[in-house]
Design a protein around this ligand. Structure first.
Ligand code: COA
Length: 372
């Protein structure tokens, strides 16, 4: 699979070796990124936006005729991240497959794709790479750092590793530490990929481990939604194609067919090696890894923080998110918890725009947060 490069993504290369936490280095980085708005004269209106696991730099369209992005409703004229006010930067993450250096990139030392030889990376490496990109773009202090899911984990990491670098942070549906539950789900998804014979230790060319990646996505999709949402949306409905409605052996239920469709769809646009690498980085994610406790890690955060949890999220427990806010408050930080009420589950951060936009705008404008 070759992920389709977004036409609008800009490319920036940094030739210097980039040292990773694991002790290995990458021989220079390539970043694919997109921007909305302009950096103002005071250089104080920059927003760094982190995408989720299979996302890209294309968070929003750049005008008529352009493809909508994954956070279209949040970025644009009259929206919470209005380009007339903010300079929004979104880059494909390190290890991804939408233009930034990742396992499918060519290793300059061998002239071949890194494949399985791509080093293990951490969320610390990922934010440090984006710090480098911002330096190259002339951005120092940020008005805001924001992200959802993996993007929220990166937001927490940014706030801990660069405590004085942003006026505000918004972490949506993501925690400061990966939970054993999330690690377990990622482990099964990776197993699905690596046990596909086409995985070949990660050194495949085309075709890759499509059935393994599709299965990983199916597992992921179950955790991105909720039992209630599947119940309301599909119920026990059968697929019309099932000739014997009671005893059809395969794809009998709509929910089953839906998961299959989502799995197959991901194989058209995502690289299994990035899936394995990025889920591993999520598992390793723990902002307290160089601190005695989570409290000690969060204590130095100086930014105003909004952390948003989704009541039906079975992947990132909202009580862990509100718990982090409680810690911040105990240390005197200006922190708030925002709740999204939805049957959608984790994916509510990509769907429940009226609630999300109200929370983000209220927080940015310093208004009291309304509870939904
Ligand atoms: N059988 C087969 N296919 C079905 C189906 C069924 N019973 N029911 C719906 N579908 C298909 C639709 O035909 C449509 O196909 P297409 O995308 O190829 O056109 C697709 O499912 C619609 O997807 P759906 O999940 O229903 O969209 P949604 O409106 O529920 O969700 C988003 C919207 C934005 C959440 C979703 O599009 C998305 O981006 N998901 C990404 C999930 C993700 O990565 N989450 C982040 C985790 S970190």
């Amino acid at each position: 699979m070759t992920p389709r490069a977004r036409a609008r993504a800009e490319v920036l290369k940094d030739e210097a070796p980039f040292a990773l936490e694991c002790g290995r280095s990458l021989q220079g980085l390539t970043f694919a990124y997109e921007t909305w708005g302009r950096l103002n004269r005071r250089r104080d209106n920059a927003v760094l936006l982190f995408h989720a696991l299979t996302g890209s730099a294309h968070a929003a369209s750049h005008g008529t005729g352009d493809e909508p992005g994954w956070w279209e409703s949040l970025i644009g004229a009259g929206r919470p991240l209005d380009p007339a006010r903010y300079y929004v930067v979104c880059a494909n993450v390190l290890g991804g497959c939408y233009g930034t250096t990742g396992p499918a990139s060519q290793n300059p030392e061998t002239g071949r794709p890194y494949g399985a030889d791509f080093p293990v990376m951490t969320t610390r490496d990922m934010v440090r790479a984006q710090r480098l990109l911002l330096d190259r773009l002339g951005v120092g202090h940020l008005a805001l750092v924001i992200g959802g899911s993996l993007g929220a984990m990166l937001t927490w990491r940014w706030l801990v590793d660069y405590p004085d670098s942003a006026r505000a942070g918004i972490a949506i549906a993501g925690t400061p530490q990966a939970s054993p539950w999330a690690i377990a789900l990622n482990a099964v998804a990776r197993e699905a990929i690596t046990s596909d014979p086409a995985w070949r230790g990660g050194d495949y060319e085309s075709p890759g481990p499509d059935s393994g990646l599709a299965l990983a996505r199916m597992i992921g999709m179950i955790s991105y939604r909720s039992g209630r949402q599947f119940g309301e949306r599909f119920g026990r409905q059968r697929a019309d194609s099932c000739p014997d409605r009671r005893f059809c052996a395969e794809n009998a239920f709509l929910v089953e067919r839906y998961l299959k469709h989502q799995g197959e769809k991901l194989t058209q646009r995502f690289d299994a090696r990035s899936y394995v690498l990025l889920t591993r980085a999520m598992d390793l994610h723990d902002v307290a890894d160089r601190h005695p406790t989570l409290e000690a890690a969060l204590a130095p955060i100086r930014a105003r923080v909004l952390a948003v949890g989704i009541d039906s999220d079975v992947l990132f427990d909202p009580t862990e998110i509100s718990g982090a806010v409680q810690i911040l408050k105990r240390f005197g930080a200006d922190a708030a918890y925002g709740a999204i009420r939805s049957a959608f589950g984790h994916d509510a951060f990509l769907v429940e725009y009226p609630q999300l936009n109200t929370l983000v705008s209220s927080f940015l404008e310093g208004r009291a947060l309304c509870e939904f």
